[in-house]
Design a protein. Sequence first.
Length: 389
Amino acid sequence: MSAFPTYDEKRIAALDGAESAILGVLGKRGYARQEPSVLQPAEIFLDRSGEEIRRRTFTLTDPAGNELCLRPDLTIPICKNFLDTKAKLPARLCYHGLAFRFQPAEPNRPTQFYQAGAELLGIADRPEAETEILSLTVEAARATGLRDFTVKLGDLSLFSAFVDALDIPPQWRMRLKRHFWRSGYFEALLARLSGKGSTGTQKLLAHLGTLSESEARPAFEGLMEMIGNTPLGGRSREEIIDRLIEQAADAAALKLDPWIAKSLAKLLAISGPAAQSIEKIRTLAKSAGVSLEAPLKAMTARIATLKSLGVDQKHISFAARFGRNMEYYTGFVFELWSRDAEGAVQIAGGGRYDTLMEQLGSKKHIPAIGCAIRTERVLAAIAAQKAKR
């Protein structure tokens, strides 16, 4: 498909059919449809979606100087509107519309795509909410005519619980939790915290890390002056200095116990069939002298939900490192995968985002979970499955 698609009559009819099937399932379960503006304030996305989405968001400035963006996601504007309108809880909201993301690695993939989704806000019973969203996603995908797919599960809270149970300096815990799903970066962070392979640069950072922030900041500002204040990797001067101060504090702090670093690496290496992965984690937790029974019990219940929906156990996988690419996710996450003419393709996904509502301005905690279904990918997978018959 072109990076700038034009939809002909046949394609529009197929999209309309899929939309009707998906929204029909959601409507029967009490989800009210909404349509946020395509143009959104850029700030609400750039500060909350994470670096992966930030670098793929189309931004622009209006004549009044306001920074705007084409919505890369619909969860954030729907949640923001819910708060702005002071709607009642619990809330069940759904949508179907275009989202926009730059595809730097795959320039031939469309920069706009249709996406359906559901947001469930304010249900305190976590298992109940997770069962509802998992069931909705599977039922909606099947309603379009799709039959063959697999399910990938993950849980950010499981890694968080493991980190909290280990003897890790508090200033490192949040960074480890925030970046564990970023392959390559996390390994470098773990090595740096463990003091492995110290370089001249790291020794300099360690020295600067002994200074207070008020002393260190002018030093880093001076270094930025020397290199010309050129933003690196799309980051501002202040963002770079903040990151350098973090790294300096890490370099100057006590080193992470190698045994702990090894245990974290072992946990994140666990992936494969869901039931087997859960047992591997239970064994690792026992050897580390910590208990992860609460998150493991919750994951076992999710597997049981999928089996009750008729998903074969061999089609359910788990990855300890799986966190999706939106930084607002806080716990349980999942994806549905199928195959189109070119190979494996993610057709749906979702998870818990229990802190997003407060980040968007809520004065109270509002538990939240949602899902999104990529309509055009579903249609491509259906076409590929029909071609095989």
